[in-house]
Write a protein that binds this ligand. Structure first.
Ligand SMILES: [Zn+2]
Length: 64
């Protein structure tokens, strides 16, 4: 299980990225929204979509 966060600030594409807590690309604290602890990236992404319709996973820490 990993702890996941979603970036409250959107990218230029309009997407909000989901990161694992150890990701080097994770945004500053005040810009993170804690999603919870999940077994898969997909579960974290589904949770993120409740907050941001255009949520996506970060390619650095997720999707492997
Ligand atoms: Zn990441």
């Amino acid at each position: 299980m990993d702890n996941y966060y979603v970036d409250k600030q959107k990218l230029e594409t309009g997407h909000h990225e989901v990161h694992k807590e150890w990701c080097i690309e994770i945004p500053p604290l005040e810009q993170q929204l804690f999603l919870g602890s999940f077994r898969t990236d997909k579960s974290a992404l589904e949770e993120a979509k409740f907050f941001f319709k255009k949520a996506t996973i970060c390619t650095k820490c997720c999707g492997n």
